[in-house]
Design a protein around this ligand. Structure first.
Ligand code: FES
Length: 201
């Protein structure tokens, strides 16, 4: 299934209800579609456009701005190894070669069992903790080869399932906003002054 399924349509409607403007829900719905299918399909983008009242082209334009959205199947766990200068100086090349050996794929490749996609990436803003690795965008710091082996073993064994959800999605816990705090009480085109400002007047 490549459009959002019925359960996710219901969730999508709840998410859309959090925003004064429906299209503001585009990014959360893209995460939802990636969580459902493992990547963002064209059909899902068209479906999201229907749901938020915009065009598939606009959804595509938003999605392609962000590296964490994938448009073709990738591994359950995307393993990014930083190859920029700090990490390079502290062993990133060795780590990448080690990862290639352990996983049996080159950067850009996905293991045959669909578990891992290996990427050699640019700086991930953890330069003081080099060499840095991310798994589905969760950092791991100062990763030596033995740490990498343990990380892969733990992922294979499902030991990190609570911390690292599949396919790079951001949310681990569903957010539920009480109805009395949902969007819609304030017209976004008629902003009201915040309480602190009113108190100062
Ligand atoms: S150089 Fe690797 S995280 Fe910045």
């Amino acid at each position: 299934m490549t459009r959002l399924n019925s359960a996710n349509v219901e969730l999508a409607k709840e998410i859309i209800g959090r925003y004064p403007r429906s299209r503001s829900a585009t990014i959360p719905l893209l995460h939802l579609s990636q969580e459902q299918n493992g990547y963002v399909t064209r059909e899902a983008m068209a479906h999201i456009a229907e749901l938020v009242g915009t065009t598939a082209a606009e959804v595509y334009g938003a999605a392609t701005f962000y590296e964490m959205f994938k448009f073709e199947p990738i591994g359950k766990y995307c393993v990014n190894i930083c190859q920029s200068i700090s990490c390079h100086l502290l062993g990133a090349d060795e780590l990448i070669h080690h990862a290639e050996s352990v996983l049996g794929v080159k950067p850009g490749g996905t293991t045959a069992d669909g578990m891992f996609t290996l990427e050699a990436v640019e700086c991930m803003a953890a330069c003081t903790e080099a060499p840095a690795v991310q798994v589905n965008y969760r950092h791991r710091f100062r990763v030596a080869t033995e740490h990498f082996d343990q990380l892969i073993a733990d992922l294979r064994a499902g030991k990190l399932a609570d911390e690292i959800p599949a396919h790079g999605t951001l949310a681990r816990v569903r957010q539920h906003i009480p109805a009395d705090r949902a969007a819609g009480n304030v017209d976004p085109d008629k902003p009201v002054a915040p309480a602190w400002m009113e108190a100062a007047q």
